[in-house]
Design a protein around this ligand. Structure first.
Ligand SMILES: [Ca+2]
Length: 318
């Protein structure tokens, strides 16, 4: 009898042990699965979050982008090419209390391979000056690329020429929310100091947060210089005569840029104008003895890279 009892006891103990081990294994497996699921969810969340950030996680070799000329105007004809440009006319001050009236061609000519915009001291409607502003709006716009303008600037107190870009459609709202890129600005009371700037919802001049830089260039009014930007998916670099002087890269300021810092993932069109007076150009008055003044442009050349056009954000976190 004792032998049988011992056998039964051993058997029960064995069954108990097997059950215990098996139960433990199930618990362990369940725990592992839960942990893995949590980790996977976490990874997915992180990835999604990073992809919603703008202007980060782009990988490219900036030295090997194989740029191709996609649009240009050498101004070789004897009139403005209206398939490429349109006049922006009017005299309402353009938000900066500018004093010129922009005419539809009276202040502009194309000759000797140059576009020449002439600002004059003459009454036109309620304005004391006339000048010209042209843009590619509705005719051509670009997302990313190299934009080069070779030009000779006017001189004297009150002049304010600019090469700049505005969004084709204001997807992120009214100015400055959809962005503005100022390739070159120059005010005549501060000769030879070239300004490159961007404006966005978060960074713009009316609240004193615009991102801008300056470079001193000799003889802007007597020599031609090349004013250019290289606009990439995560930054915009500014140059004069190939000399780099400013990089706007939003990830230098915030870890996850949004449209408030980087609205520059949409197409922009190009603008050339010569303003007179205004909040900035006229900050030290206008010297009426300087007129007429001219802005001369030798060419506008725009290059793009297929690699950049097709570049996607990488998924990993950085
Ligand atoms: Ca030319």
């Amino acid at each position: 009898m004792n032998k049988l009892k011992r056998k039964i006891l051993i058997l029960f103990t064995l069954i108990f042990l097997i059950l215990l081990v098996s139960c433990n294994q199930t618990t362990t497996t369940t725990l592992t699965t839960t942990t893995q699921t949590t980790t996977t969810t976490k990874q997915l969340t992180t990835t999604t979050k990073n992809l919603s950030c703008k202007a980060i996680n782009y990988e490219y070799d900036v030295e090997n982008l194989n740029y191709e000329l996609v649009w240009s105007d050498e101004f070789d004809g004897d009139a403005l090419d209206m398939t490429k440009w349109a006049y922006h006319t009017g005299g309402s001050g353009f938000g900066n209390n500018e004093l010129q009236y922009y005419t539809a061609g009276d202040n502009l000519k194309v000759e000797n391979g140059l576009l020449v915009i002439e600002a004059r001291k003459e009454q036109y409607q309620n304005n004391q000056y006339t000048s010209s502003k042209i843009w590619t709006r509705g005719k051509a716009q670009w997302l990313y690329g190299k934009f080069e303008i070779r030009a000779k600037l006017p001189s004297g107190r009150g002049t304010w020429p600019a090469f700049w870009m505005m969004p084709f459609s204001s997807s992120y709202g009214n100015w400055p929310n959809s962005g503005e890129i100022d390739i070159m600005e120059h005010v005549g009371y501060d000769m030879n100091r070239i300004h490159g700037s961007v404006h966005t919802q978060k960074y713009y001049h009316k609240i004193g947060t615009q991102k801008t830089a300056q470079i001193y260039v000799q003889d802007v009014d007597t020599e031609f210089h090349v004013y250019s930007i290289e606009w990439l998916p995560d930054r915009i670099d500014f140059y004069v005569d190939g000399r780099f002087y400013f990089r706007f890269k939003p990830s230098n300021f915030v870890s996850c840029p949004t449209k408030a810092e980087w609205p520059f993932d949409k197409s922009f069109y190009l603008i050339i104008n010569l303003a007179i007076g205004g909040d900035w150009g006229g900050a030290r008055g206008i010297d009426d003895s300087i007129f007429p003044q001219t802005l001369e442009v030798d060419y506008v050349r725009i290059y793009q890279s297929e690699l950049i056009k097709n570049l996607q954000q990488t998924g990993g976190s950085k």
